[in-house]
Design a binder for this molecule. Structure first.
Ligand SMILES: [Zn+2]
Length: 110
């Protein structure tokens, strides 16, 4: 397993925040709900595409975003002893602990 730069996680937090602004209602158990909401990971994907891009292609940013989702493992901050890749922990916090996307964003920025 390789080291993932810390900045990638901050960028992921920015993507979730941007996605949450686009869809103010939160979804649980699905990326996007029929009511127009998104869960934290849905917001991350949508926000990553929506964020203003630096010069160059969008690809490097998304590759790094997904790299961080798959290769960073975190312990559940609620203390339930789960240790999972970031994408699974984000879904777990969203669906099982009903964290708001804003709570997940500030946890990622810590
Ligand atoms: Zn948990």
């Amino acid at each position: 397993m390789h080291q993932v730069p810390r900045t990638d996680q901050i960028e992921l937090a920015d993507a979730i925040a941007e996605g949450a602004r686009r869809r103010p209602s939160q979804a649980f158990g699905e990326y996007f709900s029929d009511q127009g909401g998104s869960c934290a990971l849905g917001a991350a994907y949508e926000g990553a595409y929506a964020l203003p891009q630096e010069a160059g292609s969008i690809r490097p940013r998304l590759d790094r975003l997904f790299d961080c989702l798959e290769n960073v493992r975190r312990k559940c901050p609620e203390g339930c002893n789960k240790r999972l890749p970031l994408n699974a922990i984000i879904l777990h916090l969203n669906d099982d602990h009903h964290w708001t996307r804003e709570m997940i964003v500030s946890w990622l920025r810590k």
